[in-house]
Design a binder for this molecule. Structure first.
Ligand code: G3I
Length: 380
């Protein structure tokens, strides 16, 4: 027994050293026989992007940064450009991470996305406390004017408004709607266009495979278009599951959006492999799932992903990308919501402290079967 433990320990140490050296040297793909990157492979089809966290932006995670530089030609800041970080107090702007983020994208000639100008989440507290509508609108104008102008000509696209619709397609009751009125989305798009007329302007939301929600978003797009207000793309977030939405539902998103003459962007792609608490309790998104924390039934792959699920995940990504390739003329970008599994937000949502496997790179920065499938979909 003692000998086994020692052997195990020595093997583990050797593995860790080998992995660290190979990752640091840019050889993170030593388990795969291609030197071509994802973004090389898809360069004639659409941008391949990744959301990057503050550790990557600030240079504290060189292994992920290395993957980002090699594999992706578009970036989105996972959190760093959100209102609560950029303008935490009235007229107090913090651009430390934002500047670094943009510098990384410019240096690597990437399609740089700004995420997100107007969102009811991760908003500064002072905005929620502002009582007068005039004052609120002044803050919005100041925020957009300052942030968008700072990165004018560098940030290529803005998620202008994020998640403004309910599941039934009606407008969500947010602080922005309450203070600025039902027309607020259009007014905000106009403001952004004034500050950077050349940037691509995106409306971004999740669950657009639900017909009622998509219909609400499309109505809004038509309204903006009929008033001559610029809107370039709809961002369909794509936080999906192994079994849902169906390929048919995904195809419908692509067809319905592109019918309006705007680009389709899949802006936040990841695929959870973990059990879904809603199925167990028939609950709503707002429900608190803390009672499931630490429940092994809800966290079945803590010690590794079984081959069968790994295969299923790879097949799911392959099927989705076959569809994207079929509609390459309508899709301009596909962005993954994160670089590697360990750092995904899906380890902590909707239940904290789980072990999820939603991305293309594993916990040791190695490409997964899913990565290989996507690389092999495009001929040499
Ligand atoms: O800033 C604090 C930090 O001070 C503290 O030490 C740390 C401890 O946990 O928490 C930090 O805040 C976290 C923040 O991310 C930055 O890391 C929050 O707790 C955490 O809730 C927050 O989660 C982000 C989430 O948006 C917030 O709604 C996720 O990382 C981010 O992936 C996620 O991204 C959103 C998109 O912006 C919009 N679409 C949905 C998508 C997934 O929810």
């Amino acid at each position: 027994m003692k000998i086994n433990i020692t052997k195990f320990t020595v093997t583990s140490i050797i593995l860790i050293i080998v992995c660290s050296i190979s990752c640091a040297n840019g050889l993170y793909k030593s388990n795969i026989d291609t030197k071509e990157s994802l973004s090389d492979k898809y360069k004639d089809l659409f941008y391949i992007g990744a959301a990057i966290n503050e550790d990557i932006i600030m240079g504290r995670d060189s292994k992920s940064e290395n993957i980002v530089r090699s594999e992706f030609n578009s970036i989105t800041p996972e959190n760093s450009l959100k209102w609560m970080y950029v303008q935490p107090a009235p007229n107090h702007f913090n651009f430390v991470a934002g500047d670094k983020y943009v510098e990384l994208g410019v240096k690597n000639n990437m399609y740089i996305v700004g995420h997100a100008l107007v969102w009811h989440n991760q908003l500064a507290d002072f905005m929620k406390r502002t009582e007068s509508s005039d004052e609120f609108i002044n803050h919005v104008e100041n925020h957009i004017g300052t942030v968008v102008s700072r990165y004018k000509g560098k940030i290529d696209a803005w998620d202008v408004v994020n998640e403004a619709f309910n599941e039934d397609g009606s407008l969500r009751s947010s602080v922005f709607k309450n203070q600025m009125g039902d027309n607020y989305i259009e007014n905000i798009f106009k403001l952004v266009e004034i500050s950077d007329p050349d940037a691509d302007l995106i409306y971004n939301d999740y669950n657009l495979y639900k017909p009622a929600k998509l219909a609400g978003v499309l109505e809004m797009v038509k309204r903006l278009q009929s008033n001559g207000t610029k809107i370039s793309a709809i961002g369909a977030q794509a936080h999906w599951r192994l079994d849902s939405p169906s390929l048919k539902e995904i195809e419908q998103i692509i067809l319905n959006i592109s019918e309006l003459g705007v680009e389709v962007m899949f802006t936040e792609l990841d695929i959870t492999v973990l059990p879904n608490p809603w199925k167990l309790v028939g609950a709503e998104v707002t429900q608190n799932f803390s009672k499931f924390e630490g429940d092994p039934k809800m966290n079945p792959y803590e010690n590794g992903l079984p081959q069968s699920i790994e295969k299923q995940l790879a097949k799911r990504y392959e099927d989705i990308f076959k569809l994207f390739i079929k509609h390459q003329d309508k899709i301009s970008r596909v962005t993954f919501w994160g670089v590697m599994d360990k750092h995904s937000w899906l380890n902590d949502w909707p239940i904290k402290g789980r072990t999820n496997y939603p991305l293309l790179f594993d916990r040791y920065y190695k490409p997964k079967q899913a990565y290989n499938k996507l690389i092999n979909l495009i001929g040499n």
